[in-house]
Design a protein around this ligand. Structure first.
Ligand code: HEM
Length: 330
């Protein structure tokens, strides 16, 4: 259900632009107003969510302990999986963000004949996820050429490396293959593995279809339905200098690409894609496990008005004696 709904939502987004641009010439809406609105929704939404998370008190350290914590000197500590210092935390976080280290340790549980429960290593999700994110990153870096004039050398270098194999004209970017391949893999994994399909919702399929459709429209635009890239650069430079222009030479496929990107940006803050920022704010990942060495005081502790037994007895001693109750002080 979530799958069909997400698929047709993305198709509908494409059809809306097609009709809007082709039949109603709403280029300004799709080329200027919606991208601006989406960008600001993205910015404000992300700031809002980060502030929401940052406001949640974290009084105690709740580190995930995927390795031996600091203990006696003769017990070997796992300094990365169970860091004791901030440096250790930074190393763990860096490896997590750049290499998806915890996903690398992902295991699969299976019931074999016997019945016997067995755990196996499973690296495909890690590999697919890593390929997807890095291809995405490189594509975004390459896209900076539309927003910078003159195009900085590092971006030219990334472009040259990405097109290294020089297949055909325009040169085939290797990241385009990896990107579309990885999105397809991540989607098939959800539908083919019954357990994963069971827990998959529209919120899982929709971003996959949307990002897949952005990739497909980008590839169509670059290799098949050629559009006026010079005109597009005029438009993008107009957007970032707040003096928008709409060159009439740009094909509809570009507006579809841009609208899907706008949809992704607007949707981003309210979706699971916020893991991009959330990973840094995750208390199980960003705190050193020094619970036993350092006293952590709950920051919102207030002085509690206590009434000790001594005070109680002082107050009621006479009455207690009259009732025949034992007292500590006469
Ligand atoms: C989430 C953001 C985006 C993604 C994932 C994405 C993805 C892609 C992909 C995979 C391609 C195929 C060719 C290539 O890799 O260069 C492409 C091409 C293209 N994209 Fe994007 N895109 C994004 C945002 C944008 C934005 C914001 C613009 C402009 C405002 C844009 C304009 C273009 C253009 C003009 C092409 C054709 C490039 C050429 O012919 O060489 N894209 N995009």
């Amino acid at each position: 259900m979530g799958l069909i709904f997400s698929f047709f939502t993305v198709v509908a987004l494409g059809v809306i632009v097609f009709i809007g641009v082709k039949a109603a010439d709403m280029r300004y809406l799709f080329g200027v107003i919606i991208p601006y609105a989406a960008f600001f929704a993205f910015l404000i939404g992300i700031i809002y969510r980060i502030l929401q998370w940052a406001r949640v008190p974290v009084p105690f350290r709740i580190p995930t302990t995927a390795g031996q914590g600091k203990s006696f000197p003769w017990i070997k500590q796992n300094t990365i999986d169970n860091p004791f210092t901030s440096i250790g935390v930074i190393i763990r976080m860096t490896l997590e963000v750049l290499l998806f280290r915890s996903l690398f340790r992902n295991t699969r549980a299976e019931l074999r004949d016997g019945p016997k429960l067995s755990y196996g290593s499973t690296k495909w999700l890690w590999l697919g996820g890593l390929a997807f994110h890095y291809a995405f990153l490189i594509i975004l870096i390459r896209h900076l050429r539309f927003f910078l004039e003159p195009v900085p050398l590092p971006i030219e270098i990334v472009e040259a490396l990405d097109g290294f194999f020089q297949v055909g004209a325009p040169v085939l970017y290797i990241t385009n293959l990896i990107f579309l391949g990885a999105v397809t893999f991540l989607f098939l994994r959800r539908v083919v593995i019954p357990q994963v399909r069971y827990i998959s919702l529209a919120a899982d399929y929709f971003p996959l279809f949307l990002i897949g459709a952005i990739g497909v429209t980008g590839v169509l635009m670059r290799y098949f339905l050629k559009t006026d890239v010079v005109g597009i650069k005029e438009l993008t430079m107009g957007l970032i200098t707040f003096s928008p222009v709409i060159p009439q030479t740009i094909g509809t496929i570009f507006y579809i690409h841009l609208f899907l990107v706008s949809a992704l940006f607007a949707y981003f803050p309210m979706s699971k894609l916020m893991h991009m920022a959330g990973v840094f704010l995750s208390p199980t990942r960003n705190l050193a496990n020094n619970n036993r060495a350092v006293m952590h005081v709950n920051p919102w502790n207030y002085p509690v008005k206590a009434h000790t037994y001594d005070e109680y007895e002082d107050e009621f001693r006479n009455v207690m004696k009259e009732a025949g109750l034992p007292v500590e002080k006469e």
